[in-house]
Structure formats: structure tokens, C-alpha cells
Design a protein around this ligand. Sequence first.
Ligand SMILES: *Cc1c(COP(=O)(O)O)cnc(C)c1O
Length: 405
Amino acid sequence: MLPYCDGCSVFCPPLADSVSRQTIPYLDHNATTPCDPAVVEAMAPYWSEVFANPSQRGHRPGLAAAAVVDQARQTVADALGVAPSQVIFTSGATEANNLAIKGLCEQRLGQGRHLITVATEHGAVLEPCRYLERLGFALTVLPVRRDGRLELAALAAALRPDTVLVSVMAANNEIGVLQDVEAIAALCRERGIAYHCDAAQACGHVPLDPMGWGVDLLSLSGHKFYGPKGVGALVVCPGLALAPQLHGGGQEGGYRSGSLSPPLVVGLAKALTLALQDQRSRGRRLQALREELWHGLNGLKLPPGVELLRNGCPTHSLPHTLNVTVGGVDGGRLHGRLRRRVALSSGSSCSSASGKPSHVLRALGRSSTETAASLRFGLGRGTTATDVDQAVAAVQEALALASHR
Ligand SMILES: *Cc1c(COP(=O)(O)O)cnc(C)c1O
């Protein structure tokens, strides 16, 4: 239950609007997930009871806060099969990606100035890479196949003697496509090239073994697996040096200055533990629901000239994600109708803010018109068969209206 503001005079964000939105199915779990109530509960004591600064080890309250952070770090490390010293807490995956990419390239300035990424990466990878390109780095942005998968041979062919970094995500936020992280890591390791993997969408949803696979840098974000927003981590392979991107008090081994938030790191650790506990069963349940959704959409009466096209590889995919292009309708009208009945995304939550067509769907070969008429369904822990039925009904209604020009 959401707390209502009962007319207090101090700052309270208005809730009425967001409360009314709760009554429609929420199928946008790739944009963010609700914080699990057990996570909220685990965080509760660390706002105002155990509140000291964890980097203040000079008194008992500080030591108590530090102990809580150490425990959270150990939990996150155990969950990922790494040592606690390999976990750098950050404000999320955006910051983790920036630290990994800029920090690695700055550190290896003398070794080479070429980096490689992929056209379907999140903006939090593409933009740091483009920033480095403006500073004089050579950047290769590899295309993907029509199913969204990276051709390994294309990556192998793009590697150069001066390549210092390869950044390829584990799971795509828009289409759910999984890349072959283990094979990419092996290819990079063979040549001594650092490999960064943005695992923000994969962590807590599909098995990850960064050390076993030989991933050098791995980013994750709490709010993508039922944890709080504003916290994430960068996992760094032992012995790999990075140039810090936030300078100051020297927290996080000097890699990321700034006071840590004990409630946020506790929330991250708790959410990750819970997500790994039900990862398999949740994945199986949501995959079945997703296929039901796709089946339901395929059973719709389509107006003449309208067709449904599934985006991304259906076999190498997050279990809970479905991305569909509705060919032959106006995307603006389609989403205008759908918005009232179901919360989903028009491709990328980021692209809808800027109004630009999704670069991911464009990279799969979809036109701008097709891209605008695309639907991203992100199912989650709370999604029911009723939600799926309601979504199918909402699409049917929207289609009937959107196709009448
Ligand atoms: C959400 C997301 C990010 C950004 O994560 P924040 O924690 O919100 O900064 C980066 N990469 C991918 C793939 C994501 O899905």
C-alpha cells in the first residue's frame, strides 16, 4: 500500500496520480521493478537508527555502519561468486558503466586507444564510448544480426592490436536478447583485451558467472531486480586497475569516492539474494506467461494491412521480455490508446523521453515508423495471467482505433 499524504504542510510529492496508475497492469519491468517489501523492511533500520557514516571508523556508530556495509558487500560478492574486494558500490548501472569504460580507457592510455561496442547497447555504454571517441579514441560500433545477436566472428575481426576494451551487454533492455558473454570473454582474454559487460538486465534474471567466464568488469543495478533505485555495483576482476572517475574521500578502495548509503547497499544485497532464490521458478513462470501473451496477440483480429512481428531472438532471450512491432499502424495513436489501459514501453524508456526512435530496433533493421509502433512488454514477479489477458484486450481495442486513420 502506498502511503497517502494527509495534508501535512511540509514537502510531500503528490501521490494521487501515481496511485491511480497502480490499477492498470504494470508491464514495464525492464524500465524498473517495484522494490520488494522484504527489501524495504531490510533497509528500514538503516535510515535513522544505524545512520552513521560507514567511512567513519573512528567511533562505535561509524563502526556499526561499516559492519553493515561489509556484510552487504560480502552478500553481493557471494551471490556473484567473487571476492568482496571486487565489488565497488555505485549509484547504479549508469555510473558503473561510466567507471568501467572511462576508468579502463584512461588507465590504459599508453597501451592503445581503440574500443569496441555494439549498436544495441544501452545509452549508458554508448555515450561514454562516444565521449571517449570525441577525446581521440577510435570507436568501433558493431552491428547485430536481425535477431539482435552479435556475430562472434564480426567481433573477432574487429579486434586490433591497439584495442583496450570491448563492451557487450549480457541482456538487452529493449528486446531481451542475450549475448554469448562467455564466448566474448574468452575471445577478449586470449588477446589481453579487457571485457566489460553491462549486466543490468541479466543480473537476478539469468545465471551469471563473471569469474568463471572471465569477465573483467560487470555492471549491475538494484532497481532492475526488485531492489531500490540509486544503487548498483561494478564487479572488477582481481588485478585490473581503473582510473577513478569520482575523486574525493577515497571510499571504495579509492575507485569511487562519496559516502555510501547503508540502507541502499543493504537493499541491494537483500534484493539480489531474493532474486537468486526465485530466479529459476520466476523465469519459468514468466516465460510461460510471455508465450501466452504472444499467443494471445497472435489470436487477435488484425485490421487489414496490420501484422505482428516479434523482435529479437526468441530462444536467446530474457524469459520475461517480449518486444513486438505492430506493422501498419500509427505508433503515436497506438500508444496513446494503450497508455490508459496498460503500463508498457514503446521500445526504450529512455527513447520515449527524448522522442527519438529506438536505436535498438533500428539496429535490427526496423524502420522509424515500425519502431514507433513497437511494444515492449516486461513481465515481473507480480505479473498474473489476468494482467496478460488485460494487456491482450487493451491491444485489441487500441488496434481497432489506431488503424482507422
Ligand atoms: C537500466 C539500465 C541501465 C541504467 O541503470 P541505472 O541503474 O538506472 O543507472 C544501464 N544498462 C542497462 C542495460 C539497463 O537496463
